[in-house]
Design a protein around this ligand. Sequence first.
Ligand SMILES: [Zn+2]
Length: 196
Amino acid sequence: MDHRLLQSVGFWAFLFSVDGDLAATARQAGCSCGGRLHRADYLRKPRGGPKGLSREHCYRLSFCCGREGCRKRLTPPSVRFLGRKVYLHAVVILVAAMRQGPTPRRVRELAELFQVDPRTIERWQVFWRDNFPQTPFWKVARGQVALLGELLDLPRALLTAFFRDDEADPKQKWKELLVFLSPITITGGLKSEVLR
Ligand SMILES: [Zn+2]
């Protein structure tokens, strides 16, 4: 797993196009009231990616129903943004995974590589260890992936499962993993079952 891919503009352009496809699918389906959806993107300040990302990368694609009296907001799943987290989803996965394993990377090194506060890295580790496994998504979806690394910690187990084929293009593997996880990126997607 090469972390430098996450620092390339081309990688984020690729994921942006995937988000475009996810948004197009959601738009086609329309609002549950039958109304048409209009673009109403959210301005974000994504962190952890390369310098020089163009402005389109600062938007979470989103829609609003055009029907008077409804105006419901619909934000499709994303392969770039993880709920309200500021850092890009792939960074939240990769940095936490790099802390795991037989030779974990030092916090200081990761903080420098991805320009992230050590306390934030610690929160991500807590997220993957305590919060993510409690989501309704994971309780169902874990059965869908043959986790080669069933005994490994999250999120390293996910990377191990999705990146086991060395031949495939790493961009495609990231796409598969991030599309797989995309249900947790919508509103309520991270609600823990324990809290309900
Ligand atoms: Zn509507």
